[in-house]
Write a protein of this length. Structure first.
Ligand SMILES: NC(=O)c1ccc[n+]([C@@H]2O[C@H](COP(=O)([O-])OP(=O)(O)OC[C@H]3O[C@@H](n4cnc5c(N)ncnc54)[C@H](O)[C@@H]3O)[C@@H](O)[C@H]2O)c1
Length: 346
């Protein structure tokens, strides 16, 4: 299959690209190379005859039309997005432009291409989204695919809007779509502004380990390679028009997550004192969602998918990857905004 992957130079998109090429698919990686992108993420497949890169912006409809015509993909996996909640608080406009208008352009370009090819029913447009569209939970309950949308940050609102557009293009024009909404990812190649890499890299530098608020916010942590595996399955086996919630079955508070990272680091890179001594509570994120939790019954029962690693195992692999790949993360630490606290203006 030839898959057009958008955002394939980012964290999750690059895992999808690497796995898809390893599985024998042709991949066209469409990415604008924003601050969050890194072509080193796909260096392991860049020389493959199965891989092509197109630098393009999903806000540029003419570029999308050209790329569809040039490559004639069998499927689209749409991951390109502005993805950092803290940045969405400081500058929501970019999130509306890329996540909403960019997805609209992708849908229209895909629809024109699909209609011109006589609407093959084998074509797929897979839209990759987040569990944050469902809002926040109390101490109990889980998000299912029918949980009403209730986004609470500019990021999640822009992703919710894009999900609605994708469903509307299916209902109105019959575009063959599938959707997935996933919980928090972590793993290799995670851009060093997100919680897990910030904690690992600050710990290695002996800097404070910032915890927003009281650290009680709960997330369901999913190893990125497991997510990429699930996404390729949803693309190939998911039912048309249907969405699938993807979770790690690994709920942890932010404080528990950071303590686990500290314990792993104490073991593999011992310092003079326990790394947990560096934990520092900082101002909470405005509108910080208390808890996300995924009910993964649909993907488990219909597609037979479960995550392969526990959060302890996945975090250990992640720590070891960061220790072995200092050149990768050092180069990204000089990018705009990295290492400074964002999203506290509100
Ligand atoms: N990270 C998570 O935990 C998580 C969880 C669930 C869902 N998601 C979703 O998965 C997708 C990928 O997330 P990620 O964490 O890999 O993001 P990321 O920020 O690491 O990567 C995003 C990629 O998209 C590209 N991009 C951004 N704007 C673009 C534009 N206008 N045109 C073309 N390319 C553009 C960037 O250059 C970058 O390579 C997003 O849609 C996100 O909403 C992420």
């Amino acid at each position: 299959m030839k898959i057009l992957v958008t955002g394939g130079a980012g964290f999750i998109g690059s895992a999808v690209v690497r796995q898809a090429v390893a599985a024998g698919h042709h991949v066209v990686n469409l990415d604008a190379l924003t601050y969050a992108a890194c072509l080193d993420n796909v260096a392991s497949v860049a020389g493959s005859p199965l891989y092509t890169f197109e630098q393009a912006d999903i806000r540029d409809r003419a570029a999308l039309d050209r790329i569809f015509a040039a490559h004639a993909p069998d499927a689209v996996m749409h991951l390109a997005a502005e993805s950092h909640v803290d940045r969405s608080i400081d500058g929501p406009g970019a999130f509306v432009e890329t996540n909403v208008n960019g997805t609209y352009n992708m849908l229209e370009a895909a629809r024109a291409y699909w209609q011109q090819a006589d609407k093959p029913d084998t074509f797929r447009f897979h839209h990759i989204s987040t569990d944050e569209v469902f809002g926040t939970l109390g101490e109990t309950g889980q998000f299912t695919e029918t949980t009403p949308y209730n986004p609470r940050s500019p990021y999640s609102a822009s992703k919710a809007a894009s999900d609605h557009l994708v469903r509307a293009w299916h209902e109105t024009y019959g575009l063959p779509v599938v959707l997935s909404n996933c919980s928090n990812n972590y793993g290799p190649f995670h851009f060093p502004e997100k919680l897990v890499p910030v904690i690992i890299l600050n710990a290695l530098a002996g800097k404070p380990l910032p915890i927003y608020g009281n650290g009680a916010n709960v997330r369901d942590w999913l190893y990125v390679e497991d997510h990429a595996d699930a996404l390729l399955l949803v693309l190939q086996k998911g039912e048309l028009g249907r969405s699938y919630n993807i979770g790690g079955e690994n709920e942890r508070t932010n404080l528990e997550l950071v303590q686990t990272l500290c314990a792993i680091l104490d073991e593999v890179r011992p310092a003079g004192a326990p790394y947990a001594d560096l934990i520092t509570y900082v101002a909470d994120r405005p509108g910080h969602d208390a808890r996300y939790a995924i009910d993964p019954a649909r993907i488990r029962e219909e597609l037979g998918w479960r995550p392969s690693v526990t959060v302890e195992e996945g975090l250990r692999r992640t720590v070891e990857w960061y220790l072995a790949n200092e050149n990768w993360w050092r180069a990204l630490q000089t990018r705009d905004g990295v290492g400074t606290r964002l999203g506290v203006k509100a």
